[in-house]
Design a protein around this ligand. Structure first.
Ligand code: TRP
Length: 362
């Protein structure tokens, strides 16, 4: 069986370091591993509209931001099909059919949807489209016959629902769809990178993000004001690692080579942690290391970004070509789905002949 990846992001803001360690970096590695037959990365504008219906301009502006973020981290349009969800109308069609295979109570139990409903104050009135987005996400994945969906932990309930829909569909209509598997980050710090203020997650509204498009100066400022250990008042006092942002970021990003290069007194991160918890190591040293590690990662991203920023029409060409290619792939699956669902009236010659014969013999 072919190995196919599908994943994506809602274009509601620029992508940040949490997106990078949680999924973008892995996508580039998967892309370059040569282990996949196809890789589709989707800018989920239609999904973004499910809770931004009154703000289409925000979604429109962020489509290009996210595209620039993708290209600047190293997604290569020669190897990865980057496309815009709304430009593949087959996805909406498929979602409409899947809605018959899912109950309201099943979606209501989705923990990610539950949290989002609270966050958006949708408790009183949820837009139907928003409520249905997990079902539409199942169509995003299955329209491409994806086998592998690299995403963060919060997306696990969507993949689970997708697998249920696939099984239900194949049971009723015959084997047609492929059951996907989730691919989670392999490092706990990457799974849930906190904001620079120590809060659970980077989020635009909390103003605690390091963006992939931040300048060196912005990164330095954000690292220097990062939340560490409020009880670590003097260099000599023992420090705590729990919830200590610079250490969590280093868990996500540092490698032993970084120590040889920037802090040769320590063989690795564990040695640095040991010194910190013993006492005698200041936050400044840790932050300086983190800044260097971040810059090593972000400088090439920034460089590629500025190249594409000078070539915006070419970026739209990449999106257009990607969307055409994605549409052709989804259309192929939809042909199979319609045939399985017995709604392929005009490309099934036996249907017309059989009906004609039935009426003739009456
Ligand atoms: N829900 C994802 C997010 O919040 C975006 C998304 C839409 C997605 N469709 C998808 C991710 C399909 C993986 C697979 O960013």
């Amino acid at each position: 069986m072919e190995k196919i990846i599908l994943t994506g992001d809602r274009p509601t803001g620029k992508l940040h370091l949490g997106h990078y360690v949680g999924s973008l970096k892995r996508r580039v590695e998967l892309q370059n591993s040569g282990q996949f037959d196809e890789i589709f990365v989707m800018i989920a504008d239609a999904q973004a509209l499910t809770d931004n219906a009154d703000n289409p301009e925000k979604v429109r502006q962020n489509v290009i931001e996210v595209a620039l973020d993708y290209l600047s981290v190293g997604l290569d349009p020669e190897k990865t099909t980057i496309f815009i969800q709304s430009q593949v109308p087959e996805l909406a069609e498929l979602a409409f059919y899947y809605m018959n295979l899912v109950t309201v109570s099943r979606v209501q139990r989705n923990p990610t949807v539950k949290t989002e409903i609270k966050m958006r104050n949708f408790e009183q009135s949820i837009p139907v489209g928003f409520f249905c987005y997990p079902v539409s996400q199942a169509s995003d994945i299955t329209a491409f016959k994806a086998t592998t969906v690299p995403v963060g932990e919060d997306q696990a309930p969507m993949i689970e629902l997708t697998r249920e829909i696939v099984n239900r569909f194949n049971n009723i209509y015959g084997p047609t769809l492929v059951e996907p598997e989730i691919l989670l980050p392999d490092n706990a710090a990457c799974m849930r990178l906190p904001g620079t203020d120590g809060k659970a997650k980077m989020s635009k509204s909390l103003g605690n993000c390091i963006y992939l498009s931040d300048t060196t100066k912005e990164v330095k400022k954000k690292v220097n004001s990062m939340y560490t250990d409020p009880e670590h008042l003097t260099i000599d006092s023992p420090g705590h690692l729990e919830g200590n942002c610079p250490f969590i970021y280093l868990d996500a990003l540092s490698r032993p080579e970084h120590f040889a290069k920037y802090l040769p007194d320590y063989p690795d991160l564990q040695a640095l942690k040991d010194h910190y918890t013993r006492g005698g190591l200041g936050d400044g040293t840790v932050k300086k290391l983190l800044f260097n590690v971040l810059e090593e990662e972000l400088a090439p991203i920034r460089e590629r970004r500025s190249h594409y920023e000078q070539n915006i029409p070419a970026v739209y060409d990449i999106l257009r070509e990607g969307s055409e290619k994605a549409r052709a792939a989804a259309a192929q699956t939809l042909d199979e789905v319609r045939a399985a669902m017995r709604i392929n009236y005009f490309d099934d010659p036996s249907l017309i002949a059989d009906q004609a014969a039935r009426y003739k013999s009456k």
